[in-house]
Design a protein around this ligand. Structure first.
Ligand SMILES: [Mn+2]
Length: 477
């Protein structure tokens, strides 16, 4: 319903998705078993260096059970690459996925349940026994000299005690040493808080092999630090308690049902230089980083073939998708606040984490440009190119979106450009900012590829062959 005041009068109780519509599992191996119909199990021997290239060819979860250099370990990847798997992560039907995540993100945090121990404690490598190089951690791109560790990380805000999560790609440079790249503003703020308190080190734990809902929430970014940490919201979005067990060597807790936990501390006084980042735009950008050193103090894991969760970062993988799933839900809520009937919001893998597609019905002229400006002005630097489409465009098909741009846009009227906005460090077309490496500036573009009031709607009826979708070539071979 259109609200001339601009407020959210269209919300009704029926929009609240039912909680727990499908079975959920509290651990990754249970999740993979419950979704066995779409998981590719590779039982033949695979070399660790080949797992990235092989994983990236899979649209659905893939599990390597026989890794030549790491017997006794398994590796999985591609858990949330498409809407079907994202919906299964929340335990809801695919059609309910986005509105469910958007709704649950507005609920209060469920919190955490403390337990004394859990499966992640079945094997303990303490002190010198801890060895990152024994874990099945692959190199991610051709030019990488070292393995690249990618699980979710947990740090505690020393002021509030809340558990903030993110992914900090960590270059493994020794048996107990890494160089950790903290890309998110909150982790950097928390590091600054430890420094302001005079601390020389910050405790950290990597949780590898957790249900994908943890990772979806783990990548949230918004105003939350004074209210809760992402980990306290994981149970909210997966509608299930999250059990936390004490770490062995540091004053932190770790998800008790994880496959592996890597404990240690970040040296706040020492940094090391790493090579090129594997950017979600799929380039070697930024070219280098000076990042803090990770010192590992313990590794704990399950006894039976623990599963390392890799996030292969290139080419088109979970890496483009995962950090933007909460962005989509936040934008969905904001478009709903404008009174729009939102069908979908997507950061497509093929948009290099720089482009967003918004899909909705709107009652009259004016809405589309407001929606485009809202998305272009998002807090994150992933909305350089925003395209609005009508509900009849298939947003999962790049060709369909391109076709809508080609046939529904008058460039002089339906595209607007804003110069000199914050650019992504991963965008080679953005201009480097002097003295602020790796920051850049760039413009933004909004494209209205919807069917508009000035158009004749009937002109957009697509022509299809006789019996399209009813007869299939394979039946004639
Ligand atoms: Mn945060």
């Amino acid at each position: 319903m259109h609200n001339p005041e601009g407020g959210d009068i269209s919300f009704k109780l029926s929009d609240a998705a039912p909680l727990g519509a499908a079975p959920r599992r509290k651990d990754l191996r249970g999740y993979l078993a419950a979704n066995g119909d779409v998981v590719t199990r590779v039982t033949r021997a695979v070399r660790i260096d080949d797992t990235g290239a092989l994983s990236a060819q899979s649209e659905y979860p893939v599990l390597f059970e026989n890794i030549v250099e790491h017997p006794g370990f398994r590796l999985c990847d591609m858990l949330v690459r498409n809407r079907e798997m994202q919906a299964r992560a929340l335990g809801v039907p695919r059609a309910d996925y986005l509105k469910t995540l958007a709704y649950r993100l507005r609920l209060p945090p469920r919190g955490l349940v403390d337990v004394a121990s859990g499966p992640v404690k079945e094997v303990k490598w303490i002190g010198d026994a801890a060895d990152l190089t024994k874990l099945p951690v692959p190199r991610h791109k051709e030019r990488d000299e070292h393995p690249y560790l990618t699980p979710m990380i947990i740090v505690r805000d020393p002021e509030t005690g809340f558990y903030n999560t993110s992914h900090a790609g960590t270059t493994v440079v020794g048996q107990r040493k890494g160089l950790a790249s903290f890309v998110t503003a909150h982790t950097r703020r928390i590091i600054a808080k430890y420094r302001e308190m005079g601390a020389a080190r910050m405790p950290i734990v990597y949780a590898a092999g957790i249900p994908p809902a943890y990772e979806i929430m783990g990548n949230f970014s918004g105003l939350h630090m004074d209210m809760w940490g992402e980990l306290e919201m994981v149970g909210t979005i997966m509608d299930q308690d999250v059990e936390m067990a004490p770490c062995e060597t540091i004053e932190l807790r770790v998800p008790a049902n994880a496959e592996m936990a890597i404990e240690g501390w970040i040296d706040l006084e020492k940094t090391g230089r790493t090579g090129a980042v594997t950017s979600p735009s799929m380039y070697y950008l930024p070219r280098f980083e000076d990042v803090p050193e990770l010192n590992v103090t313990a590794i704990t894991m399950r006894a039976d073939r623990p599963i390392y969760r890799n996030h292969q970062t290139c080419p088109a993988t979970d890496h483009q998708v995962l950090p933007r799933l909460c962005h989509e839900a936040v934008l969905y809520n904001r478009l709903r606040e404008m009174g729009l009937d939102v069908k979908d919001v997507r950061f497509p893998t093929w948009g290099a984490a720089l482009s967003c597609i918004v899909q909705f019905d709107y009652p009259c002229e004016g809405f589309v440009n407001d929606a485009l400006m809202m998305a272009m002005g998002a807090p994150w630097m992933n909305t350089k190119l925003v395209v609005a489409v009508s509900p009849d465009t298939n947003v999962e098909d790049a060709a369909e979106v391109y076709h809508a741009i080609a046939t529904r846009v008058d460039p002089a009227r339906d595209i607007f450009i804003v110069p000199k906005t914050r650019g992504s460090a991963y965008d080679p077309s953005a201009a480097p900012l002097e003295g602020a490496y790796p920051s850049r500036t760039v413009g933004k573009m909004g494209i209205d590829a919807t069917i508009k009031a000035r158009h004749n709607k009937a002109d957009f009826e697509r022509a299809w062959p006789v019996n399209w979708g009813k007869v299939f070539l394979k039946d004639y071979l």
